[in-house]
Write a protein that binds this ligand. Structure first.
Ligand code: NAD
Ligand code: UDP
Length: 319
């Protein structure tokens, strides 16, 4: 169990949950973030935690916070809305940011885990997606700033493993949700939950027949921590293999929230992947991991977070 850990992207959705998990195990954690999509609010509960320090830092600029045992690299805009708005920044964080954090791991002999993504598979022609599939990414399409940055990151991580003998790990994360998702980052679960609770129509893109497989955040973090302690350097899928159409997902959100909101069909974004489901045989075999939380349970666990958000919007509007 490493003692001193850097988590980049700590003020974001996944990074903040990872910090909580590591602190809960007794580690000392330095959270690094430039707050471009994250929020200090996600770390408010750690204000009085002596084993946690926050450093506001853009990881695209080289930095050195002293000797550490492990680096978890989670910094990057992550939703299609965010990475479309921050296209060049996304390419920079996936290239310079990844190299800078790998340098820290090399310098201090630390372990390293990079948050990669199912987007490396693009609009996949192999279903479900297995780690040995190389993907189908449009290198000049609207999603390319994210997909290609993440693919570059994977190459950089493998190079540091090969040439500098850094103990590296690559997790390919499939759509994950839970409390602390940004309410306005355009991702499907946050959009649907906010819309349902506001009583606004749920915006389903296309016919809603495209599929995704949704993993609850606690399952994901457990898988990631297990991977960080394994000997596997090649990519490992972590996600929930239960596949939902987006229209089915909209109905599940309506049912969990008890909302009577309507469904509003909108144009399907360019290059939106048609199907996505992880093959998690490798994670099961190597890490003895599989998700435990169903979409319904996960949405129920997330409900109060989104209800609080909508309530605070209402009280702000009233003032
Ligand atoms: P998020 O936007 O909530 O968190 C990302 C954090 O990184 C933010 O706090 C942001 O401010 C920070 N950041 C971005 N650029 C930075 C930079 N240059 N320097 C320092 N900090 C920077 O997103 P998330 O969902 O928590 O995603 C975390 C990581 O997991 C990302 O790398 C993302 O690509 C990956 N991932 C997430 C999902 C998912 O479903 N949530 C799926 C696949 C991969
Ligand atoms: N989506 C939708 N309505 C929304 C937001 C997203 O129908 O309000 C769809 C989107 O077109 C995609 C899926 O939901 O097919 C997942 O989108 P998200 O942005 O959450 O993640 P990603 O496309 O990166 O998997």
């Amino acid at each position: 169990m490493p003692k001193s850990i850097i988590v980049t992207g700590a003020a974001g959705f996944l990074g903040s949950h990872l910090c909580d998990y590591l602190l809960g195990e007794g580690a000392t954690v330095i959270g690094v973030d430039n707050l471009c999509t994250g929020n200090r609010r996600n770390l408010d509960h750690l204000k009085n935690e002596p084993r946690f320090n926050f450093v506001e830092q853009d990881i695209c600029t080289p930095f050195d916070l002293g000797a550490v045992d492990y680096v978890f690299n989670f910094a990057s805009p992550a939703s299609p809305v965010d990475y479309s708005r921050l296209g060049v920044e996304t390419l920079q964080v996936g290239s310079a940011g990844t190299l800078n954090t790998l340098e820290i791991a090399r310098k201090y002999g630390a372990g390293y885990l990079h948050a990669s993504t199912s987007e490396c598979y693009g609009d996949p022609e192999v279903h479900p997606q297995v780690e040995t599939y190389w993907g189908n990414v449009n290198p000049v399409g609207p999603r390319s700033v994210y997909d290609e940055a993440k693919r570059f990151s994977e190459a950089a991580v493998m190079a540091y493993h090969k040439y500098h003998k850094v103990n590296t790990h690559l997790v390919r994360i499939f759509n994950t949700y839970g409390p602390r998702l940004q309410s306005n980052d355009g991702r499907v679960i946050s959009n649907f939950m906010m819309q349902a609770l506001r009583g606004e129509p749920l915006t389903v893109y296309g016919k809603g027949s495209q599929t995704r497989s949704f993993c609850f955040v606690s399952d994901l973090i457990e898988g990631i921590v297990r991977l960080s302690r394994s000997n596997e350097a090649l990519p490992v899928n972590i996600g929930n293999p239960v596949e939902w159409t987006i229209l089915e997902c909209a109905h599940e959100v309506l049912s969990v929230t008890g909302s009577k909101a309507k469904i509003d069909f909108r144009e399907l974004p360019t290059d939106d992947p048609t199907r996505r489901r992880p093959d998690i045989s490798k994670a099961k075999r190597l890490l003895d991991w599989e998700p435990k939380v169903s979409l319904r349970e996960g949405l129920e666990k997330s409900l109060s977070f989104f209800q609080d958000y909508v309530a605070s919007e209402k009280s702000q509007a009233a003032n």
